[in-house]
Design a protein around this ligand. Structure first.
Ligand code: ATP
Ligand code: SF4
Length: 305
């Protein structure tokens, strides 16, 4: 089907949708870490991150590019490049379109649907190896709009589910899984976030909440368990340090050089020992992606023959 979204997405190889049943489980942090890991997976990897959490956009803040202006060209919106002039990490979020930091989006379904369509059809992503899409918690209008508009490029889609170990989060993660299955969205796997607390002094792991529920759910449901991430104080410090100071007006943030130093700080997280855990997750994500594309090829070959 030839639609504006299909035309725009023709230069994107893989689209990974990050889902969570419950709010606050770390879906945006995982989307950010996933995008950074994919970016670091090869010196030429080109990654986009699209924030469709319209009422709670947090990706610009996490990437240290909060408040940067988005320019409109004759061919659509130019995304903000989190890595500055290297231009391999493109980001788009409703957060860039708000006049002031802290402004809220109070939109009904049709307006949200229009915004998502515009994000998918009007952003000049260019050639991307991966587009990571951070979604709102649960399965809402935004998810339905997203999948409806992306239907012409369904073969490029897959999802990662993020949960925390508590029973209530796992129940909501199950709803997410049912949704993904209902819309025939391949699942790359499940991540259990905030699984234990690592003491910054001695490295001892304390299980503040129950643990292992995510892995058990993955096993039960035949999903790949991508891994557990502990509560990491270093990550929080970095995410806070990379954010722009409160109250900086959009018009004051025009220099692309401002972006590079924040991004370097965030990338330094990728070099810490705790990021080893995310490196293992990335290996499993890439292997699941390979498996899904192979299955897709076999299906299309089978259909062709
Ligand atoms: N593994 C972790 N260690 C420490 N803090 C974390 C971790 N994961 C997430 N956080 C922190 O928890 C808070 C919520 O995380 P995040 O915004 O990623 O959750 P979310 O699921 O996307 O939330 P929302 O429902 O608002 O979309 C953030 O302040 C984030 O920095
Ligand atoms: S885990 Fe060990 S070092 Fe860390 S706070 Fe507890 S007693 Fe102290």
């Amino acid at each position: 089907m030839d639609t504006p979204v299909a035309r725009r997405c023709s230069s994107i190889k893989r689209i990974i949708i990050v889902l969570s049943g419950k709010g606050g489980v770390g879906k945006s942090s995982v989307s950010t870490q996933l995008a950074l890991s994919l970016y670091g997976s090869s010196p030429s990897a080109r990654v986009g991150i699209l924030d469709v959490d319209l009422t709670g956009p947090s990706i610009p803040r996490m990437l240290g590019i909060d408040g940067h202006p988005v320019h409109q060209s004759s061919d659509g919106w130019v995304p903000v490049f989190a890595d500055g002039t290297e231009a391999r990490m493109a980001c788009m979020s409703v957060g860039f379109l708000l006049k002031k930091k802290g402004d809220s989006v109070v939109w009904r379904g049709p307006k949200k649907n229009g915004m998502i369509r515009q994000f998918l059809s009007d952003v000049r992503w260019g050639e991307l190896d991966y587009l990571v899409i951070d979604t709102p918690p649960g399965t809402s209008d935004e998810h339905l709009s997203l999948l409806e508009h992306l239907a012409p490029v369904h073969s490029k889609l897959s999802a990662v589910i993020v949960t925390t170990p508590q029973a209530v989060a796992l129940t909501d993660a199950m709803k997410c899984l049912s949704f993904a299955r209902a819309v025939n969205l391949p699942i790359l796997g499940l991540i259990e976030n905030m699984s234990g607390y690592v003491c910054p002094c001695c490295g001892e792991v304390s299980n503040v909440f129950s643990t292992g529920g995510g892995e058990a759910m993955a096993q039960r449901e035949g999903l790949t368990f991508l891994g557990s991430l502990p509560v990491d104080t270093e990550l929080v410090t970095l995410l806070d340090a990379s954010s722009n100071p409160d109250g900086v007006e959009t018009s004051e943030l025009n220099s692309i050089d401002d972006v590079s130093s924040s991004f370097k700080l965030l990338r330094s997280y990728q070099a810490t020992p705790s990021s080893k855990l995310f490196a293992d997750i990335l290996t499993k994500v890439l292997s699941s992606l390979g498996r899904i594309s192979q299955a897709g090829n076999e299906t299309s070959n089978g259909q062709a023959s």
